[in-house]
Design a protein around this ligand. Structure first.
Ligand code: PNS
Length: 161
């Protein structure tokens, strides 16, 4: 059984993340979507809120389990028998950051592979940070995030649909 994880901060989940989840889940027997706190980023949603939103969006993807964890990603992976870490790659700007993490994870756990999946072209420009910024100024984020996430963003920023 080939088990993979798609880790991230998902604050909040975007249609770009959903694209990677749906496409990569077809490549493995089981895919964990694992929410981690990223200390470099100030969160808008709690980890619990993020897990609930992702679970809702993944309820029809049969081999996906959504969970959260703390500490090192490779420790989580070893606990769950995960052999592959899936990362989405958008533009060249992602490469340096992702390459560093992949190499560090390889050093910590040589038996675990990182696989990069190219983001579909319509999501190349999309990021949770930009979505939050646009939503905070009242801009429209429809088509960038799932509808239930759009509603949560609007209520965080106290706006109505
Ligand atoms: O969506 P993000 O914020 O780019 O995800 C980054 C994440 C959560 C995958 C990364 O910060 C991570 O792996 N955190 C767990 C702690 C850890 O293992 N750090 C060392 C990474 S080399």
């Amino acid at each position: 059984m080939l088990i993979a994880a798609y880790p991230g901060s998902f604050d909040p989940i975007t249609n770009g993340h959903m694209d990677i989840i749906k496409r990569s889940s077809r490549c493995f027997d089981k895919l964990y979507v694992a929410v981690f706190e990223n200390p470099a980023k100030a969160p808008l949603f709690t980890v619990e809120e993020r897990v609930v939103m992702i679970r809702e969006e993944c309820k029809d993807v049969p081999n996906v389990e959504v969970t959260s964890s703390q500490g090192l990603l490779v420790n989580f992976a070893r606990e769950k028998g995960i052999r592959v870490l899936v990362k989405g790659l958008r533009a060249v700007s992602d490469f340096d950051y992702e390459f560093k993490m992949a190499l560090m994870n390889k050093k910590l756990a040589p038996e675990i592979e990182t696989l990069f999946m190219m983001t579909s072209s319509e999501y190349l420009y999309l990021s949770s940070s930009l979505v939050k910024e646009v939503a905070s100024y009242g801009g429209c984020v429809r088509d960038l995030v799932p509808p239930s996430v759009e509603r949560k963003l609007l209520s965080k920023f106290q706006r109505s649909v």
